[in-house]
Structures are given as C-alpha cells and as structure tokens.
Ligand binder design. Structure first.
Ligand code: CP
Length: 310
C-alpha cells in the first residue's frame, strides 16, 4: 500500500491521485466497520484530537467527532464562542495552549482563507482543514467524490456539474480539484455574478444556462447561496434566483435522462433546491453525510499513522 504523502490535510490542490484513492480504499474498510453492530475500533486510542471550530458547523463538526469516537481517539472540542479569543488571545496562542495539553491532531474550521495553512506553519501538530473561508473544504470534496463513485462506479469521463454560488464556495473549489484529479469533466453553472472570472483556468467549463447544464451532466452538486460571505448584492432576490437556478421537479422532468442529485448542506429548501427534489430517490444527500464519517476516519487514520512512525 502506498504511503499518504502529507502530514496535514490542508486542501485537495496538493493531494495526488494516489492519495485520494488511498483515502477512498481505507474509507471503504471503515464504512464496513461503522455498519457493524459494534461500530468502534481501537485504532487511535493513543491519539488525542482537538476539534477547533471558529465558525458554525453541524455536519462537519459532528462527523469529525463521530469519526474520532469510532476510532477510539481522545477528543477535545473547542468553539470560539465563549472562548478567551474575545479577551484578545491570538489564534496561534490559543492553539498552542490547546496543544500543550498533549494534542496530536487538530481539526480546524475558520472563516479566514488560509487559516489551516497558517496554523500548519506555526504550530507543531497535524492540521486537518475542516473549511477555511471561501478557500477549500477538502473532506467535503472527498466525501462527495466517494459518494459519486459508490453510486456510478467511476468518475473518469463522467460529466459533473457544480451549480449555484461558485464564487463564495469552498466546496466548489475543493470539488473542482478532486473531480479533475479523478478524470471527470467538470462544468460550473450559476448567475454570471456568482462565477469567478478566471475559473476556466482550472480546466472547467462555464455555463449560465441551468437547463442545458442539467441535460449535459450525469451528476449535479447543488450549492447553497452563501449569504454570510456576500457584502454586496449579487442577484435581485432569492425568489428570482430560485426561478432561474433552483432545481425543482418541473425542470428535472423536462430533462432527457435521470441525473444524480447532491448537496453538501446546509440546504436552503425552496431556494437552490425544492424539498421534493432534495428528498427524492435521485438525491444522495444523506448518503453524502453517512460517507463523511468513513472518509474522515480514513484521513485521521492516515495522519495518525504518520505520527506513530515519526
Ligand atoms: N457541508 C458542511 O460543511 O456543512 P456544515 O457547515 O454544517 O459543517
């Protein structure tokens, strides 16, 4: 078995094809474990992991916590709300104080792009990026691609559409890197104001026509409008957005084939996707969440293996 190439998981950009396949192979083994009556293994019982969340999260935070518990790691949970950051303590001081309690791996979500990379250069522990601003969300892209492969066997040569707010989405960027490394044809679609100008430099097609794009794709990953990252108005109203770019049953029925529907969550029902589509047989949204635990177990296992042999 090939070795994982890094002591951190900061993004998909610097992962190799072999790294991604290694994560998927180990995730499949852990998926089998978490479907047993006893869902726990002692693999990381000598490892301590701190989950440092400087920004809100439901899925990623709970998924990492459960992955760590399933691997028998010791866990510390930190939330910036109610912490001494409000008293002026710096990010590095906060993290170094947590590391002084003998922590091996930190999982960090932060609103600032580059926060995970910054910490990896300034502290002495393995860093897992659980989402840094509008930059990368590597574990989301890995679980998305794992979920696609689980359903359609192979990503290579398949047409995968990322639909919605591409400009503010860390899920979009990490998905583009991951899908391209796995050989997919990738298209982004959304209102022109929510598509970054030079995104085609990443080797993706650009379209502003939702119906044409849905007809083109095998799989669509529908992305949320990230209102919390928008200081300006990028479109007239959510109602107009839903009319032009919302995925609903009517548009799906008008396509010439059945496509797979994904969404990283949280969903804004009735805006980018209707309830009937999100809850339909075409949707694998909850499979994505289930697979997130196995994929995160695989990543923590690979990083912990590096600590144990160093
Ligand atoms: N998909 C995702 O990152 O969701 P959370 O913000 O709830 O973690």
């Amino acid at each position: 078995m090939k070795d994982f190439s890094s002591t951190h998981l900061l993004g998909i950009k610097n992962l190799s094809y072999d790294d991604i396949i290694l994560i998927f192979n180990i995730a499949s083994r852990f998926k089998e474990v978490i479907n047993r009556p006893i869902k726990k293994v002692p693999t990381l019982r000598d490892i301590t992991i701190a989950n440092l969340f400087f920004e809100n999260s439901t899925r990623t935070k709970l998924s990492f916590e459960l992955a760590e518990k399933r691997l028998s790691a010791e866990i510390l949970n930190f939330s910036s709300l109610g912490s001494s950051l409000s008293k002026g303590e710096s990010l590095v001081d906060t993290v170094n104080n947590i590391l002084a309690m003998k922590v091996d791996i930190i999982v960090v979500r932060h609103p600032d792009p580059g926060a995970a990379l910054f910490l990896s250069k300034n502290i002495n522990a393995s860093v897992v990026n659980a989402g840094d601003g509008s930059h990368e969300h590597p574990t989301q892209a890995l679980l998305d691609c794992y979920s696609i492969i689980e359903r359609i066997n192979n990503i290579k040569g398949k047409n995968i559409l990322l639909l919605g707010d591409i400009k503010h989405s860390r899920v979009a960027l990490s998905n583009i890197f991951c899908l391209k490394k796995l050989g997919a044809n990738v298209r982004v679609c959304g209102p022109p104001t929510l598509i970054p100008k030079n995104i085609s430099d990443l080797g993706v097609e650009v379209s502003f026509d939702m119906k044409d794009s849905l007809n083109w794709c095998d799989v669509v990953n529908v992305l949320r409008i990230q209102l919390e990252r928008q200081n300006l108005k990028f479109f007239p109203s959510l109602r107009e957005y839903a009319m032009l770019y919302g995925v609903n049953n009517e548009v799906l029925r008008s396509l010439n084939k059945e496509i797979l529907i994904m969404h990283p969550g949280p969903i804004n029902r009735g805006v980018e996707i209707t309830s009937e589509v999100a809850d339909s047989h075409q949707s694998i949204i909850l499979d994505q969440v289930e697979n997130g635990v196995a994929v995160r177990m695989a990543i923590l296992y690979l990083l912990a293996s590096k600590i144990k042999i160093s």
